[in-house]
Design a protein around this ligand. Structure first.
Ligand SMILES: [Zn+2]
Length: 506
């Protein structure tokens, strides 16, 4: 009964998070008190608890550390400099939390391949390597494989392609994360019950000369769907399932949450369906990745990153709803694989002020702006006739950027970036200053989001990952394992311990 009460409280807190700031201000103090109280008592309850976590969720926000999470919280409720109320996200209200180091075998700044190897297998390896040792000769068994062998069903969901590093880390072993075809083949052969979300980068191989992985999966007994109606029609008993979203955006991924059309499937939809299909008396392990938080942060687009953090939070709410029905046996863990972008709340130009209301004006992601506005403009306009003023209305509409309110310096920066976009100085710029300015992205677009973000009081230091720790949150059976300051490799052992799986020694 104790656990039932806790899940109801967590769920209630999450529902409240959707309400407005005033109500939150009145209600948040007792909630925090309740959360702290829960933490203390749950520790005791869980110590006495001997049952295994039977329904286990692992949510990974790619590129999600405290700056991304805090920005989403500030965005959700404190959009002006005068309103400083904050509403926690659903998962940041979980009773247990810890800090997780992310360095890999070769660098303090990990990539997603070595990070997922650590989380999924408990081993450090080199950046770029998935589930193999730094010498690339020994492969490691993943937590999902251990769970599967123990009779649990397994699901892997991602908003990026299913052959991308993070999802691949639960079923594949490859010396390079770029071996997309090999990863996809291993997916088809994994026997896992549910794969869903983005597509596959090389379903017929790098040179389109290999057997089609989709056909291979079907031959292995997978039901393949790639339309919303067919997806919604999936019912328990369908068996192994491979579901790829009908609408794919950059590099085979789900659209950014900012760009998702009404009625299109969301990460929450893929999570809810996964629960429905995987639910069985032997339990399940479901990994869900919010993969494009990372991509948005690489491009220094806070609006797109924040809305994808909120989309991940919505997916986590599906797991919490399930937990209410299985309070003693469900564990939900939420973590990030690393921070991306060196994002922070605070910018030299705005000093102690933030203006997150400006982020709310952004209507589409940097990718949608490139695809829908800048690329067609570049294609249809000779360079000699092109001028920034042609694009100002679209920039205003897409990002809410009021050109008339920009400083002379900011206007100059936009003009300079526009010229470079028109000259196609994008891919791997040779000059160091160009890389520092635009990171290999469309100069105009990255400069728009940077100016937008700086005006809001959001700073960026990189177009790549950073080496700071990430937070890990947990709720449910054996949540107490996730208190403290530990390494990403420990998450593997904590999960194994919660599920009562006997795994290989370190
Ligand atoms: Zn990344």
């Amino acid at each position: 009964m104790k656990q039932i009460g806790n899940w109801k409280r967590i769920s209630l807190r999450m529902k409240k998070s959707a309400l407005y700031a005033l109500f939150i201000m009145l209600s948040i103090a007792p909630l925090f008190a309740a959360a702290q109280h829960d933490g203390g008592t749950d520790r005791n309850t869980a110590t006495a608890q001997t049952g295994r976590a039977k329904y286990v969720f692992l949510f990974i926000g790619d590129g999600m550390a405290m700056p991304q999470i805090s920005s989403a919280e500030v965005f959700a409720t404190a959009r002006s400099s005068t309103d400083i109320s904050i509403t926690k996200l659903g998962f940041t209200r979980f009773p247990a939390s810890g800090l997780t180091t992310t360095y890999d075998a070769g660098t303090f700044i990990t990539d997603s391949a070595s990070a997922v190897t650590a989380i999924a297998t408990g081993n450090k390896t080199l950046s770029g390597v998935i589930n193999m040792d730094p010498g690339k000769t020994t492969s490691y068994k993943t937590i999902a494989e251990y769970a599967h062998e123990a009779g649990m069903k397994v699901g892997v969901v991602s908003s990026v392609t299913l052959d991308h590093a993070t999802p691949a880390g639960f079923f594949a072993k490859v010396p390079s994360r770029s071996n997309y075809y090999d990863i996809a083949v291993q997916m088809a052969q994994s026997g896992f019950e549910y794969f869903a979300g983005g597509g596959l980068l090389q379903p017929t191989g790098k040179n389109n000369d290999q057997p089609d992985v989709i056909q291979m999966a079907k031959a292995q007994g997978y039901t393949y769907v790639n339309s919303r109606d067919a997806f919604n029609a999936l019912k328990p008993g369908v068996g192994k399932t491979l579901a790829i979203n009908a609408t794919l955006q950059d590099a085979g991924s789900l659209p950014y949450e900012l760009d998702r059309k009404a009625g299109d499937l969301s990460l929450a939809d893929y999570t809810r369906k996964g629960i429905e299909l995987l639910d069985n008396p032997n339990g399940f392990f479901l990994m869900v990745e919010g993969g494009k938080i990372d991509w948005a942060c690489h491009a220094n687009d806070a609006g797109a990153a924040i809305s994808d953090v909120l989309a991940l939070d919505n997916a986590i709410k599906e797991a919490v709803s399930f937990a209410e029905a299985h309070p003693q046996e469900t564990l939900i863990v939420v973590t990030g694989d690393h921070e991306t972008g060196g994002m922070t709340i605070g910018f030299a130009g705005t000093q102690y002020d933030t203006f997150f209301d400006k982020v709310a004006l952004q209507k589409i992601s940097f990718v949608a702006f490139n695809d829908g506005v800048l690329t067609p403009y570049k294609k249809n306009t000779p360079k000699a006739q092109s001028k920034l003023s042609d694009l100002i209305p679209a920039i205003q509409q897409s990002f809410g950027l009021d050109y008339t309110k920009l400083s002379a310096f900011q206007k100059e920066q936009l003009e300079f970036a526009f010229q470079r976009s028109m000259a196609n100085e994008i891919e791997r710029p040779v000059a160091e200053d160009q890389f520092l300015l635009y990171g290999g992205y469309e100069p105009l677009t990255v400069k728009i989001t940077q100016i937008m973000n700086q005006t809001a009081g959001i700073g960026w230091t990189s177009y790549a990952h950073t080496g700071v720790p990430v937070p890990t949150f947990a709720a449910g059976a054996h949540q107490e394992l996730f208190y403290g300051y530990y390494d990403n490799t420990d998450i593997f052992r904590k999960l194994a311990s919660a599920m009562n799986l006997s795994v290989a020694a370190r």
